[in-house]
Ligand binder design. Structure first.
Ligand code: FAD
Length: 345
């Protein structure tokens, strides 16, 4: 029987393990991936962080020097690998958690490599498996290529094709920037495009987010802001702007088997890249009969239904800014403290 099992060894799982170790607790981490790096392993080849390493590090051991100002995907993966080694975390992988049940207050964790028991449980599986792909009229008829940004690797597959990029965020703009070098691209977004100023990056968003977090704690009135939904002007997006490809098409009306129809155009189409984001999927916890609406599942990371269950790293519903490397740490720290109190109660 383990004191704590953490499901997932991405940044959220590692950060929670770090703080638990500081409380003298050595959690067991179960991770479905074959190797370290969390979802960064699946990210596209050219992905870079929005902030320099000082703003992209977990507690204790910072990210080593990077080639460019902004760490690339492989540097993030390697950093997480070194982080695991430095703190000698106990990680079993690849181990996929299939279901969790609770018996007499103890978790029975069923995996593809056997069963485990735990007094307390942290779910840190991220949102990467919860692809959002909105429904459009006629989409079932389309017989070209379709990939979600979570499956996109590079532009090779799209050379010479007519490609629709759907989605206005950072994924959409960065994928468009890359694919438009080899393909005829069309960009569709459900809202007008908004960009951050050229000289701003993740540091600005981090500082803004911190300011708002503390204002909230002090009960200060904070107005709405759309800064977080603006596109960050990475070098690749600036370069795409110089080529004149950052253009939004009119709204999609319907798809046919090989085209897309708008009010005034019929656009031939070979491929769609869905850059339409993610939502939380907690299928591995089905046996706990959780509430359907994730927003009601927890107060911060702590479950509102189970005293010995925590959710770390899923974004706003499980903790302010928790889906970022820097932002997850305060929630991981809080989780470790609450678990320690639970185990000693
Ligand atoms: P993940 O990294 O997804 O890790 C979850 C782990 O859980 C995985 O290893 C997975 O295999 C495992 N797992 C899942 N299900 C199971 C199961 N049933 N059993 C066992 N294991 C399981 N963040 C930043 O801080 N800075 C940035 O600059 C930044 N840029 C980004 C740019 C883009 C385009 C995108 C899409 C994201 C960016 N992010 C950035 C956010 C960041 O990538 C993710 O939010 C982050 O990876 C989430 O970490 P996590 O640990 O919660 O989940």
């Amino acid at each position: 029987m383990e004191q704590v099992i953490i499901i997932g060894a991405g940044q959220a799982g590692l950060s929670t393990a770090y703080y638990l170790k500081r409380h003298g607790i050595d959690p067991l981490i179960l991770d479905a991936n074959a190797s370290f790096g969390g979802s960064w392993v699946q990210a596209w080849d050219s992905l870079k962080l929005f902030s320099p390493k000082e703003y992209s590090s977990l507690s204790g051991y910072g990210m080593p020097t990077t080639i460019d100002e902004y760490p690339n995907r492989q540097e993030v993966i390697d950093y997480f690998g070194k982080y695991e080694q430095r703190y000698q975390f106990r990680i079993h992988r690849p181990v996929k958690v299939l279901d969790v049940k609770k018996l007499d207050g103890v978790y029975q964790i069923k995996t593809d490599k056997g069963d485990f028991g735990a007094q307390s449980l942290v779910s840190a599986t991220g949102n990467f498996s919860g692809k959002v792909m909105p429904n459009f009229e006629g989409i079932e008829k389309f017989n070209g290529i379709q990939v979600h940004s979570s499956e996109y690797k590079n532009n090779t597959l799209f050379k010479g094709l007519n490609v629709a990029i759907i989605g206005s965020g950072n994924s959409g703009s960065q994928v468009l920037a890359e694919v438009s070098k080899v393909a005829k691209t069309h960009w569709f977004t459900n809202k007008p495009l908004q960009y951050l100023d050229d000289d701003l990056d993740g540091r600005y968003l981090f500082e803004l987010s911190t300011k708002r977090y503390y204002a909230g704690l002090n009960n200060e009135v904070i107005g709405e802001t759309d800064e977080f939904s603006k596109i960050v002007m990475t070098d690749s997006v600036k370069e795409a702007r110089n080529r004149g490809v950052l253009k939004r098409e009119e709204n999609i009306q319907e798809f046919t088997k090989n085209s897309l129809i708008t009010k005034n155009k019929n656009i031939p189409l070979d491929a769609i890249i869905w850059c339409t984001g993610f939502e939380t999927k907690l299928d591995h916890l089905n046996g706990l009969n959780l509430k359907q609406d994730v927003k009601t599942l927890s107060d911060g990371p702590h479950s509102t239904d189970h005293t010995n269950l925590w959710y770390v790293g899923y974004g706003e519903w499980s903790g302010y800014a928790s889906a970022t490397i820097v932002g997850v740490q305060k929630h991981a720290k809080q989780t470790a403290k609450q678990i320690t109190e639970y185990l000693h109660s």
